[in-house]
Design a protein around this ligand. Structure first.
Ligand SMILES: C[S@@+](CC[C@H](N)C(=O)[O-])C[C@H]1O[C@@H](n2cnc3c(N)ncnc32)[C@H](O)[C@@H]1O
Length: 212
């Protein structure tokens, strides 16, 4: 959701400053990538970092690394000795992300895997405390079904872009797979008796899902 510019500036001016490595990563993402708007950025990144600190997870799974911004933010809140797995299928972008993960000071707690998350997740022999869904929007339900058995009871899933720029309020075209995918995901989660859920109206909407 587009915030009023003045309010957004006020929020950023009254939130902790962006970490210098993340600020450099943010700038370079906007200069060097084709779809820079996919980056979490300062406000959402700080929210993810804070949520991670609140949970102090031992194991985090992220689907959709892109340039590594949200990976680094989430990894900051890991418990001592904890590990974040992040998956992206774009090998050019994972090279970019690796450079910044190495600069971040969190590299020893981040395991970047290159490939299709739907193929990689079944082979991960882990129980996750926190999962961040930020891959392809028409694949969210697939990710959810694959990660749910690997999420501990009381664990959390965060799903990004669940308002999809407001398109969830419209009737989507038959070819608009992303809007349809997000709408199907939102409807399915709401019905699932195994979870509690709330949508935070931050940036493009983040659903917080708690496994009962
Ligand atoms: C919105 S971006 C992720 C942004 C990143 N989490 C951040 O906040 O900076 C989505 C990423 O998911 C990746 N992706 C999409 N579908 C995927 C899949 N099935 N498996 C692995 N990665 C996927 C894309 O290559 C892209 O880099």
């Amino acid at each position: 959701m587009k915030l009023d510019e003045g309010l957004e500036k006020y929020i950023l001016d009254h939130s902790s400053q962006e970490d210098p490595v993340l600020a450099e990563l943010n700038r370079e993402t906007w200069v060097k990538t084709v779809h820079p708007q996919m980056i979490a950025g300062h406000l959402q990144g700080k929210v993810l970092e804070m949520i991670s600190y609140m949970i102090r997870p031992e194991r985090i799974l992220e689907i959709g690394t892109f340039t590594g911004y949200s990976s680094i933010c989430l990894a900051k809140g890991l418990a001592k000795g904890g590990l974040l797995y992040t998956i992206d299928r774009d090998d050019e972008i994972t090279e970019f992300a690796t450079t910044y993960i190495n600069k971040s000071g969190n590299a020893d707690q981040i395991n970047l895997l290159c490939g299709d998350a739907r193929e990689i997740i079944p082979g991960l022999d882990e129980t996750f405390d926190l999962v961040f869904l930020d891959g392809e929007k028409d694949e969210y339900l697939d990710y959810y079904q694959l990660v749910f058995p690997k999420l501990r009871a009381g664990g959390f899933i965060l799903a990004d872009n669940v308002l999809w720029g407001g398109k969830v309020l419209e009737v989507p075209d038959s070819g608009d797979h992303f809007t349809r995918g997000i709408m199907a995901f939102n409807a399915e989660i709401r019905k699932d008796p195994m979870v509690e859920t709330v949508i935070l109206p931050i940036r493009d909407g983040i659903t917080v899902i708690r496994k009962k």
